[in-house]
Design a protein. Sequence first.
Length: 215
Amino acid sequence: MNVTGSILAGGSSNFQILGINPTDWAGTTIDNTTPQYSYSNIYTPSQNLGDRVGYAMFAGASSQSATLTIQFSSPVTNPTFHVANLDGMIYDFSDPSNGSIALSLLSGNGGGGDGLTVDTTNKIIADANPFTGVGLSPFTPPPTTGTRSAYGSVELLGTFSTLNIKLQGNPSLTVAGDGGSFMISTTVPEPSTVLSLLTLGTLGAASTLKRKLKP
């Protein structure tokens, strides 16, 4: 399955897709080697090795936004959105084009007022305490207590040919930036297998992302 995406022109240039770096906490990996989503106590389903899309929200973007559009060559049902190192930015899935999408938290490192949180009413994925940003290498197990960023898996309930995700600074912040990464996985009936986001194209704000889903 082919997957393409872009940060739409007209969005704030403070939101960017980051370059290829397999070891950086907010880098992009396109050679199926990152262990970022391999931690079974955090991710459902966990991915032993995979690819990821790194992003950045630079300082001063708290009142700005951009839209990340992901298009699938054929409809997908109930894909899972895996996120890592999320702090000062939120993912907002409430765009009307996403239809009756609903968010269901599968697993994560939330609790005690920090880590991953999901607002099912407003369809938002966020860090419960965006002031406690800790950027960790993909080779470091995500913390589940104390000061931590948000990590975890959220099922996007519905069937989608396109997903529009609003990227926005957490309203609790005024000057801080953020970075992190994500992966989307889904299962298909024939064969029954987990698919992961793979190939990344050109980088930067208003750029185009190209990915392929395959076993």
